[in-house]
Design a protein around this ligand. Structure first.
Ligand SMILES: NC(=O)c1ccc[n+]([C@@H]2O[C@H](COP(=O)([O-])OP(=O)(O)OC[C@H]3O[C@@H](n4cnc5c(N)ncnc54)[C@H](O)[C@@H]3O)[C@@H](O)[C@H]2O)c1
Ligand SMILES: O=C(O)[C@H](O)COP(=O)(O)O
Length: 413
């Protein structure tokens, strides 16, 4: 249903990094046609220029939405990460500016789990080396160092949406699954939660990382951790590049302590497909290197486009912040008719709600519905009043913006 909010054409959607066209379809079906679309990421200067009049921006994992960039966008009302990770966005800076950030927490998880499973089997069979040699005309038919997955011990670090799916898939191959997570998690199948990272590293033949990037995970696998792993063990990282110390991995591969690796993510990744890529890992035939394509399948990208565009359109239309990662969550229906809806985003400090309610009371306006949620720093309130004409609503909005503590206020319909 196309919602009749005000001035939809004023809402510019800036979509970067080739987000799936399903996102454009959803936005257009919701009545938003002011869409600026780029197949790649923009460099800093171009991004600052493009974002300055954007109401919404959609990115994937490459575009860094730093505080400086966010502050170049005075009209910015919402950010969509068309992926799982949100570490590329300064979430605190966005909250301070009253900007909710949405992502797609599930849509590409199966794609990552499948890729990781395939890579583990290929590495256990030493296929990357045999493949590299065959491409050079060398026929090396041997069984040395080649193993079945059945019966091997898989250690999963981070037992969330991806880690737990991998656990089920690996058990179906006959692998024994162990996992380490900072939270206590329900083990699926016969998987076993380990009490520490060290215990997991010492137990596993194959280790796969599925943690987010945060201060506790940066360089969580370095020289010390490689030394705790079994000789000839295999490491897979399709989480975030900064989680593994790449130089330490290169040393562990050079000394043959680590038997192989599959790495999809790097501490520093090219900003576009036209930029060159280099890594100390390129010298090893027993390393599968992929260009951050864990979630890059047609199925995942199409679903992500639909999911995140729907969240942005819903926020713009109704004020719903359900599943925002940095913001108080408010989910509310669009009333059939007869109301005008305002939103007010404010610093979470005493007196703001009283001031807002006084504003409406002083004008003799009946509040038909009010929805408030707060986080430690931000308060978010959606106010429905008995319908008023546009000029009056604009006057109210002007006053609402002047309430002490207000970060942002909008009239939705
Ligand atoms: N390569 C790709 O294309 C690709 C695609 C999707 C996701 N990812 C990355 O994979 C990550 C994991 O995705 P997910 O959907 O499984 O996330 P998730 O949030 O469902 O799971 C992450 C798990 O890691 C755990 N964790 C957090 N810090 C930890 C720590 N220090 N030690 C141990 N466990 C810790 C959490 O408790 C949680 O269970 C994402 O954050 C994203 O960065 C990469
Ligand atoms: O966080 C994610 O979902 C993955 O890293 C995928 O990112 P991408 O959309 O840039 O491929």
């Amino acid at each position: 249903m196309v919602v009749q909010t005000l001035n939809k054409d004023e809402n510019k959607f800036l979509l970067l990094e080739g987000v799936h066209p399903s996102a454009i379809e959803i936005l257009k079906a919701s009545g938003y046609s002011n869409i600026e679309y780029y197949k790649g990421a923009l460099d800093e200067q171009a991004l600052k220029e493009a974002i300055k009049d954007a109401r919404f921006v959609g990115v994937r994992s490459r575009t860094q939405l730093t505080e400086e960039i966010i502050n170049c966008a005075p009209k910015l009302a919402g950010i969509g990460c068309f992926c799982i990770g949100t570490n590329q966005v300064n979430l605190q800076a966005a909250s301070r500016r009253g900007i909710p950030v949405f992502n797609a927490p599930f849509s590409n998880t199966r794609s990552v789990a499948e890729l990781v499973l395939a890579e583990m089997i290929l590495l256990l069979r030493r296929v990357p080396e045999a493949n590299a040699q065959a491409h050079l005309g060398k026929w090396n038919k041997i069984a040395i160092g080649s193993h079945e997955a059945r019966g091997k011990r898989l250690g999963i670090i981070g037992y969330g949406h991806i880690g737990s799916q991998l656990s089920v898939l690996a058990e179906s191959l006959g692998m024994k699954v162990f996992f380490y997570d900072i939270e206590t998690k329900l083990p699926l199948g016969n998987a076993k939660q380990m009490p520490s990272l060290a215990a997991l590293l010492a137990e596993s033949d194959v280790i796969s990382l599925h943690v987010p990037e945060n201060p506790t995970t940066i360089k969580m696998i370095g020289e010390k951790e490689f030394n705790m792993m079994k000789p000839r063990s295999i490491l897979v990282n399709a989480s975030r590049g900064k989680v593994v110390d790449i130089d330490a991995l290169a040393n562990a591969l050079a000394s043959k302590h680590i038997g192989g690796a599959a790495i999809d993510v790097f501490p520093s990744e090219p900003a576009s497909n036209s930029e060159p890529f280099s890594s100390p890992l390129c010298q090893f035939d027993n390393v599968i290197i992929t260009p951050h394509i864990g979630g890059s399948t047609i199925e995942a990208q199409e679903n992500i486009g639909i999911e995140v565009a729907t969240k942005l359109a819903k926020y713009s239309d109704s004020g719903s912040t359900l599943s925002a990662v940095n913001f108080p969550e408010v989910s509310l229906p669009i009333p059939s008719k007869g109301v005008s809806r305002f939103i007010n985003i404010h610093k979470n400090q005493p007196g703001v709600l009283t001031a807002i309610n006084t504003l409406f009371a002083n004008r003799g306006l009946n509040i038909a519905g009010q929805y408030l949620q707060t986080s430690p720093e931000v308060g978010y309130v959606v106010i429905d009043i008995d319908s008023v004409d546009f000029t009056r609503a604009e006057d109210i909005l002007t006053e609402l913006k002047q309430v002490t503590g207000t970060i942002k206020a909008r009239l939705l319909f």
